[in-house]
Design a protein around this ligand. Sequence first.
Ligand SMILES: [Zn+2]
Length: 171
Amino acid sequence: MYKIICCLLLLSTGACSQGPNKTNSKKAAMSTNQNKYYSTTSNEKLVLPDSVWKQVLSPEVYQIAREKGTERPFTSAFENSKEVGTFHCAACGNPLFKSTAKFESGCGWPSFFEPITKSSILYIPDNTHGMQRTEVECGKCKAHLGHVFEDGPPPTGLRYCINGVVLSLEK
Ligand SMILES: [Zn+2]
C-alpha cells in the first residue's frame, strides 16, 4: 500500500511541474492583445504608474517587468526556439533583439549577444543578492528584462540573459 501511495505522489507532482508553462505562455499572449499601450512602431518613452501596468499586463509579465522578478530557468519556450523574427518587449512593444543575435547559452534563459540598437536597452548597475551585475531594462518603458554578462560569444562577447516572459516574438 505504501508503495502505491508513493507512486501516486510521484505521478501527481510530475504532472504539476509540466503544467504551468503552457498556461503562462497563453496568458502572456492574451495580455498583449488587451494592452492598449503595446505598440511596435512608436518609440516614444512610456511612463505609466504601476497601478496601470497591473491592469494591462498579465500577472506573470507584471511580476518580472515591474517587480524585477525572474522566471524559473528552462521554462521559456523561447530558450531553445529557432523561430525567425524580432523579439519585442512584451509590456510596450519596443523592438529589443533580432533572432539572428540569439544563441544557445545553456544558462536556462533566452540569450542574445547584442540588442537591436544601443538605445533599445538601458543598463543599470545591480548589486543585489551579493553579486555585481548589470541589469538590463527596456529602453522605452523601463521593464526589467534580465541581466547582461561578459561571457558571451563573438562578436560582442556579451550574453544578454533575458526572461522569456517579457519577450514577444513578431515574425
Ligand atoms: Zn518595454
